[in-house]
Design a protein around this ligand. Structure first.
Ligand SMILES: *Cc1c(COP(=O)(O)O)cnc(C)c1O
Ligand code: SF4
Length: 362
């Protein structure tokens, strides 16, 4: 058994075990986990130093998930832009293909909370009523693999295929390679992207063998998902280095999370650390109004404040675009602090990052 398989096999899924380990109330954790499953790899569990810390908050079920009656199950209406149950085609040149329904850790703030981590087949059927039991990674059914490739083949405007889920790197190397080689046989597919949180929550997944396989399918990009500087460890650093050394550009998509990273100094440390690991911060997401995640949501003003701070204080390379997903599936929108104080006939009045006001002639 490989180390990452061992991690999956011994990951924490029983609320009782977790409660005993940290002397918490297993009744509450269990109640939440019955609706939204829990899984925490031993690796990620070790990053927790005490209940309520930034790693705990991301991974341990919280009663607030059940108490949240705001938000919707599918605010982005992904289900409406789906030519196939597991494919979202919202922009002309890109498709998002959900090829795995499993993750190494079930993030409590997940946008696809309604669909990931559940009984085999849930993600692949759009049936959000199915309850969660099995934990073994299930490959995409053969029929859907063929249908997906056929769809992409038929849409010659698609140049960019994003493999997502769940987490595509929970598939076995052979299953993933079947998808990648199928895509590479389609001439109009220029780039392939993989979205995976494994470099952060189960970095031993990035084996030399996996990377040797991936690099055959260039141009290939990988976007990962670190949210807090504590997640930058020697192991995650090694995983990212392996990918980058194989010529796979690695980007990072964080979610702005109350009590985890909604602080300019925490964010600064995270972003600087990522750059040192040769990981390019790509997006910072405003937490979508998804039911069960209300306790993580911050105000948009807070997000803008953090971006303003970063612009002046951190290398521009480290600053991600702050994005919100427009409700109803209208797509992503980038928000940025507005430097324009006023617009006059002869020029713009602008405010710089350190608060100085200047005039720019038109
Ligand atoms: C986010 C997203 C993409 C990718 O968007 P980029 O801005 O190109 O990274 C593609 N399709 C869907 C449905 C998305 O939500
Ligand atoms: S790894 Fe991604 S898809 Fe999986 S639970 Fe976390 S946020 Fe959701």
């Amino acid at each position: 058994m490989l180390e990452w398989e061992r991690q999956l096999k011994s990951s924490l899924t029983d609320p009782g075990d977790l409660a005993r380990r940290f002397r918490q109330d297993s009744e509450h954790i269990g109640q939440v986990a019955r609706k939204y499953p829990m899984r925490i790899t031993p690796y990620y569990l070790n990053l927790i130093s005490e209940p309520g810390d930034p790693v705990w908050k991301q991974a341990v079920p919280d009663m607030a998930e059940l108490d949240d009656d705001t938000g919707e199950e599918d605010p982005l209406q992904e289900d409406r832009h789906s030519p196939l149950p597991n494919m979202i085609h919202r922009y002309p040149d890109r498709v998002l293909w959900l090829v795995s329904e499993q993750c190494a850790v079930y993030c409590r703030f997940c946008t696809r909370k309604r669909r990931v981590g559940c009984r085999r087949g849930q993600l692949f059927t759009l049936d959000s009523a199915v309850k969660c039991k099995e934990l073994t990674p299930a490959p995409m059914p053969d029929g859907l693999l063929r249908e997906g490739l056929k769809y992409i083949q038929s849409r010659t405007e698609v140049r960019d295929v994003i493999l997502s889920g769940g987490d595509p790197l929970l598939l076995a190397d052979e299953q993933l390679e079947e998808i990648l080689s199928g895509l590479r046989a389609i001439e109009h597919v220029q780039i392939i992207r993989i979205g995976s949180r494994t470099p952060c929550v189960m970095p031993m997944r990035i084996t030399a063998k996996l990377v040797r396989m991936l690099r055959k399918y260039h141009p290939l990009y990988l976007n990962t998902h670190f949210n807090h500087p504590r997640e930058l460890t020697p192991e995650s650093r090694r995983a990212c280095a392996r990918l980058v050394d194989a010529g796979i550009p690695v980007g990072n998509q964080s979610v702005l999370l109350q009590g985890v990273n909604d602080d300019p100094y925490v964010m600064e440390e995270l972003l600087r650390g990522l750059l040192v690991m040769r990981v390019k911060p790509y997006y910072l997401y405003q937490a979508d109004p998804v039911r069960g995640t209300g306790h993580f949501r911050t105000s948009i003003d807070r997000g803008l404040e953090i971006i303003s701070y970063l612009r002046g204080n951190v290398s521009g390379l480290a600053v991600p675009a702050y994005v919100i997903d427009a409700p109803g599936g209208a797509g992503k929108l980038i928000l940025a602090p507005d430097p324009v104080v006023s617009r006059q006939d002869d020029g713009l009045v602008l405010r710089t990052y350190d608060g100085r006001v200047c005039r720019y002639p038109l």
